[in-house]
Design a protein around this ligand. Sequence first.
Ligand code: ADP
Length: 630
Amino acid sequence: MRRLGGQAIGYTAVAAASLVLATAAGWLVPQIDNYAYDWMLRRHAPVRAKPESILLAVDERSLSEMGGMRGLRSALAQGLERVADAGPAVVAIDIILADEGDRSGDEALEAALKRIPRLVLACDLVEGGRRWEDPLARFRQYAAAVGHVHGDPGPLDGVSRIVPLAKAAGRERRWALALEAFRLSRGAPFILESPGDLAIGTLRVPARAEESRAMRIRYVPPDPADGSSPFPRVSLAELRREPALAARFRGKVVFVGMTAQSEMRDRMLTPFGEGSYMPGIEIIANIFETLAGGEFLVPAGNLMVLLVCLVLAGAAVSAFAFRTGWQAYALAAVVLVSAHVFPYLLFQRNIVFPYVAPVLAAWLAAVGAGAFQFVTVRRQLRAAETEKMRYQQAMHFVTHEMRTPLTAIQGSSELMSRYNLTDEKRKQIAGMIHSESKRLARMIETFLNVERLSAGEMQLKTDVFEVRSLVESCVERVEPLAERKRIRLRTLPLADAAIAGDRELMEYAVYNLLTNAVKYSPADTEVTVSAESDGNWLRIPVRDQGIGMDQQEVKKVFQKFYRTERAVASGEKGTGIGLSIVEQIVTHHGGRIEVTSAPGKGSCFTLVLPARVREPETPVQSRDRKGAVG
Ligand code: ADP
């Protein structure tokens, strides 16, 4: 349960971190979103009939034929006369006519403009955007509207994606030239405003007031055959030479402006790629066509973006939280593909959705959750292995340690059943069976208790008992063994102190040290035990004059099933498990065990335990040690 909770937190953290990083990245590196936008814009152009607009271009050749910019107004006047003859729907002129030119040119131009019924003239922002520079009054009087010709190129790459349909200088606001041309072409008397959109006749343009009525330009793709401009165009020079060309302007919205290469000032980059500079007049025609097409690209709201990223990150994380192996990978792959495709699908529905945030959210979440799963699976595997090892060791313990008393019991009971024994002998054997089976039971109990303590399944008992009685009862039990080996077992002064804990387990510990001391000592030596207390710590040293150990061996004696060569050679039976249990018991009692030893000289094993005052007050906390490997 606890592990599951931990994992849930882990996976949630991965999802949250991915979400935060992805949205931050989307915000910090908008350029990638721009690239994705441009790509989608190029791929997905709405299918439309032929453009309504036509360009009357002042190209390089027109310029040279009319003798440079000075001859512009007369040449323009001549061209416009021909256009007026043809009967255009609207004429919008993207040339600033704010200054006086030469007299004859201005007069001719004025006369030409007078003949155009739906005329839009351009105005320019000057003085750092504080004032509008309008056409001269003599020209303006014939204009049905004056419109601005300002773009809003992207601040990072200078690409024109958006046009502010409204622009203000001080309090004076102007609509875009293309918007005015569109309004006139639809015969709409005015533009109706609401905070969220603009209405021109029946058309609604989603352009918000607080964003300067920004509108995304839906560029008409270039001719697929040769990449040339999709708009029909006639240059001033051509028109002059071939007046019949004027027929092409009939009923069309005519945009008049410079296309000459030398007029670089008026060119801007478009989403159609590197170096795709487009004359301002053509961008204006594109704005007009966007309005005429009526399919507007609207950016997705921030909340929606956040929600989609959340769903994607959540889905990617869930794939790994609830599935493993190929299923998890397959699900994550589905989420990743969705994240990549989703912005495109929305784009087809005219919604502009960022690309970086969802894609990054999905990737980070998938990779993060995958890594997290890998780590947790590995950890679980390790835990399972430890568990298996514990189980194996328990089996070892049962087979090794219990065989001795079991063999004794089996042998004795067989003796009793097979032979006619004297009553006295029978009693003696029965007594032996009884004590061996009790020993066996106690051993199993001890082993199980230590295991339970280590697994955290059991609280340590907190009985308070005298050290003296503990040591004395152990000595009493070891005495016969010592006598048999002619070893002197001496009890040195025992401190008047108490221990809090499990008496049975502590007895096992002291008894084990004493039997080891006797087992690993030759005859005619001495084993001593004492108990010293300094008020805080209680020390119970068990010292012998036996075979001893070197430093390497001392380090290993607490490992399960470890026995020194010397011990094996001594012929004493053993399993190498007792000390590992002793160590665990002592640790659970908040103490430790110290060993000093020298080969051939003897050893001293000292139990160091926290001393207790007489009243049973603070219970000893069991130390929650995972794994029984000592
Ligand atoms: P066992 O006595 O059953 O082998 P233990 O875990 O009690 O298992 O002891 C592990 C090993 O530590 C012994 O086999 C022995 O090599 C070494 N050892 C323990 N006590 C002593 C001692 N008093 N003197 C020398 N060696 C000892």
